[in-house]
Design a protein around this ligand. Structure first.
Ligand SMILES: Cc1ncc(COP(=O)(O)O)c(C=O)c1O
Length: 431
């Protein structure tokens, strides 16, 4: 449904951004996306708990779940007819919404099932050879590390890891960019990084890193060019940057975390002049690719999305509803989402940093942090902390890395009162 139909179908009188919907409690709730309580009313989250781990896996807002249900009903009624009527257009609609949000062209986006799938397609597809080097960091997620390991085992490239900061909370743009500049060697062909580290909450200054790489590339020919690859999942749906402004060549993100998209969705984007450095891994079921294989389009060039969107049939009701998550963010406003997420995190971090016995690992500076906040409490193991928080009705997480920290990630469904309550409960554990 487009927005107009959604409004008409809701059967309610509507002002500009004032909508009224039936929430899952079956009660009509008036809300506006200009108002954070209205945004929260879109989510069927258990109201008895404070949800501060949506970056792990998000609840679907009503706009998204309605769209999933609509597709599901139609698929279940006549799967072949519904697929045939929509398979050429439904994903274009999704990509157009994603492209608008990202500031790119829809033909440069492949739709994936997760960050991990996008990372696998990216790192396994890079046209590297024995002797080439992938420069990466000690701060990346399991999925990046494993994809790099698998890719290097096949193509013979080497993987070198550098630590970008001595202290996460005290790092700076200069420390990060200088470390990368000094680490680049003649054999380096790929720099593999993560926008926001789910291990520490540090947000890398990707656009500044891309300048370091551009300067190195200025002295190299095309066959030696360095490509910048980014796992962007914890900045996507938080930071208001347009993707080309990051200056990277390849960008991957799942959309079932901060974007509040359907579970099992994600994007892979390639800059136009970098796309040829990526070979496809999973055959696309696009008409361009499949029809080309059937000999229908001799001599015709195939664009990035038609070549790289992984094929096989998918949970289409989820994938085809993803445009609603991008519409949701655009309707609220990318900048407002960023400012709200940033402000709630700043409120949390400032208070935590003043509590004796707490070591905050995430920088206070919003230029170097986003919505993930990591810390330790003297004498309290992170797993115990999590159990005690759960008992207090708070949903949080610990970092799934070799070094485990406590992690709290407020987002646009939360408010200042919830942040203050969480701080109070944490403070009670630190004494
Ligand atoms: C930095 C980072 N990358 C990738 C992933 C995996 O994401 P997905 O579940 O979308 O594959 C995670 C998981 O939270 C993560 O923290």
């Amino acid at each position: 449904m487009d927005r107009r139909k959604f409004l008409l179908n809701s059967g309610l009188a509507i002002g500009a951004a004032n909508l009224a919907v039936a929430c899952t409690t079956k009660e009509a709730v008036s809300y506006s996306l200009n108002d954070w309580a209205g945004v929260r009313a879109q989510f069927p989250l258990n109201p008895g708990r404070i949800h501060m781990a949506q970056m792990f896996l998000a609840s679907h807002p009503k706009l998204v779940s309605d769209e999933i249900n609509m597709h599901r009903e139609k698929f279940d009624s006549d799967p072949i007819e519904y697929w045939e009527a929509n398979f050429q257009t439904a994903e274009v609609k999704v990509r157009e919404a994603a492209a608008k949000y990202m500031g790119v062209s829809q033909e440069e986006i492949a739709l994936t099932d997760s960050t991990t799938m996008g990372l696998a397609m990216m790192y396994n597809g890079l046209k590297l050879k024995a002797g080439d080097e992938i420069l990466t960091t000690t701060h990346d997620h399991y999925s990046t590390e494993k994809c790099l390991e698998f890719a290097a085992a096949k193509n013979g490239a080497t993987v070198r890891r550098v630590s970008l900061y001595r202290s996460a909370s005290a790092t700076s743009t200069e420390e990060v960019t200088e470390t990368i500049r000094k680490a680049i060697q003649p054999a380096t062909r790929v720099v593999a990084i993560t926008w926001v580290h789910s291990s520490t909450g540090v947000k890398l200054p990707v656009s500044e890193i891309s300048k370091v790489i551009a300067a190195a590339n200025a002295t190299r020919n095309e066959s030696q060019r360095i490509y910048l690859c980014v796992d962007g999942v914890h900045g996507f749906g938080v930071d208001d940057a347009m993707i080309p402004d990051l200056g990277c060549d390849f960008f991957v993100a799942g959309t079932h975390k901060w974007m509040f998209g359907p579970r099992g969705t994600g994007v892979l984007w390639a800059r136009k002049d970098a796309a040829n450095f990526l070979a496809p891994t999973i055959p696309a079921f696009s008409w361009g690719s499949y029809g080309g294989w059937m000999g229908l389009f001799p001599g015709q060039e195939i664009n990035f999305t038609d070549l790289h969107s992984p094929g096989g049939f998918h949970s289409f009701e989820y994938r085809w509803a993803l445009n609603k998550a991008f519409d949701f963010h655009m309707e609220i406003g990318k900048s407002r989402v960023w400012e709200r997420t940033r402000d709630l995190s700043t409120l949390l971090k400032q208070q935590l940093s003043e509590i004796k016995g707490i070591t905050l690992h995430t920088p206070l500076d919003p230029a170097l942090s986003a919505g993930i906040n990591c810390f330790e409490i003297n004498g309290v193991a992170p797993d115990d902390w999590l159990k005690r928080l759960t008992a207090a009705g708070i949903v949080a997480s610990t970092t799934p890395y070799k070094t485990v920290y406590c992690r709290v990630t407020p987002c646009i469904v939360n408010n200042e009162e919830e942040v203050n309550t969480v701080v109070k409960v944490i403070e009670g554990m630190s004494v």
